[in-house]
Design a protein around this ligand. Structure first.
Ligand SMILES: [Zn+2]
Length: 397
């Protein structure tokens, strides 16, 4: 009677190792990747892994490359993905690339559906999500409120140019029905996974983090992929340097800009079955070239408007794209879960002296003397330069 049980444990051990999941991630449906048979050549597949998605050989433990197929370790039976030999089969997708829109005179964005994702929640959640600071009695700096202001201005510009625009949120209400109080169990297992002590204080903190960083982003992505189905997602953020105590923040002279596309999975991240699946879904979905092409236009336009220096990554968590030092691939939940091309904007250091003064000045029309120079409001500079970049990209077809 004992033998079959022991055998089952032996067989289950390696599979359970390969079936490790990120917090709140559902087990992936690997059969969805069957749609991508013969949609990519062997050389293209390996090149994308090496250059963008899993540089430094991070994929080698999980994917075996044969002449005619890739064999991917999953939580159960391996996935065998056949490469294209001659004519490639089209990869299934709901989004359209730039060349697929019919030009409409005077409406450069006609037919293009753009989703704007104002980063974070803001409002009453801003202290909990650690996107809040205040200097003395000045106006608090709340990233989630700043990104929403930019999204509203940008939406109006894009609609004038003929685009259909959807915002992932219109206020500070979360898209997820989950709340930190419901996530204690998940938080405890997440801490155990990271070999951290699961004290009540640590569990409460981790539950909050899972709420705003995992549950909320998963809820936005699921709605976006199933209902909104846009041609492009633009994730809007403001960057920051470490500010320490939010009631006595550290100000800095540093101010910079960068853009992110999807990629740069590490070997450790690929040990999670859902991340392995997400990486392959993004790679096979063919979004990379579109993400890069549109980001080049957005970066050029915004660099011209802001004059900001690029933020350069020094670690291995990012890889430079298109030979640029202001466009990087990174593996973030908020880009890997969206099925269409995603661009992530990270301009302005909120706790730099200059940006803080510009945020205090608020939104206004035209130009004003702020932080020693006549300039537009930071919200309009952000929104207008992105709108110009999008118009240059889609309008240039
Ligand atoms: Zn942010």
């Amino acid at each position: 009677m004992m033998r079959p049980v022991a055998l089952a444990i032996l067989v289950a051990a390696p599979w359970s190792l390969w079936a490790k999941l990120s917090p709140l991630a559902p087990p992936p449906d690997w059969s969805r990747l069957e749609d991508f048979h013969e949609s990519i050549t062997r050389d293209e597949f390996v090149d994308q892994l090496d250059r963008v998605f899993a540089p430094g050989g991070a994929w080698r433990e999980w994917i075996e490359i044969r002449d005619d197929r890739a064999v991917v370790r999953t939580g159960s039976k391996p996935l065998e993905l056949r490469f294209a030999a001659g004519v490639k089969k089209p990869a299934p997708r709901f989004w359209k690339a730039r060349g697929e829109f019919a030009p409409t005179p005077g409406k450069p964005l006609a037919g293009v559906h753009i989703a704007l994702d104002p980063g974070h929640l803001g409002g009453r959640w801003s202290r909990l999500e650690e996107r809040w600071f205040r200097i003395g009695k000045s106006k608090p700096v709340v990233e989630g409120d700043l990104t929403l202001s930019v999204a509203r201005l940008l939406a109006a510009r894009l609609r004038e140019a003929g685009a259909r625009v959807t915002l992932t949120r219109s206020g500070s209400d979360p898209a997820t029905p989950l709340r930190p109080s419901k996530l204690a169990g998940e938080a405890a297992s997440s801490l155990r996974e990271k070999n951290l002590p699961a004290t009540p204080v640590a569990i409460a903190k981790e539950a909050e983090r899972l709420f705003y960083r995992a549950a909320e982003i998963r809820a936005r992505a699921s709605r976006l992929n199933s209902k909104t189905r846009p041609d492009l997602v633009l994730c809007l953020h403001f960057n920051a340097e470490p500010w320490g105590n939010p009631d006595r923040p550290v100000l800095t002279e540093k101010n910079h800009i960068h853009f992110l596309v999807t990629g740069a999975w590490s070997a450790e991240e690929l040990a999670f079955e859902d991340q392995r699946f997400d990486m392959l879904r993004k790679l096979l979905g063919g979004t990379h070239s579109e993400e890069t092409a549109v980001t080049l236009r957005l970066a050029d336009s915004m660099n011209r408007a802001t004059g900001l220096a690029p933020f350069v990554y020094r670690g291995s968590n990012a890889v430079a794209i298109a030979g640029r030092n202001d466009i990087w691939a990174r593996n973030l939940l908020a880009n890997r879960l969206f099925d269409c091309p995603v661009v992530y904007a990270e301009p302005y250091v909120m706790n730099s002296r200059e940006v803080h003064a510009r945020i205090q000045a608020g939104d206004y029309e035209g130009t004003r003397m702020v932080a020693g120079r006549k300039r537009p409001s930071i919200f309009r500079e952000y929104a207008d330069s992105l709108a110009e970049g999008l118009i240059a990209y889609y309008g240039g077809r």
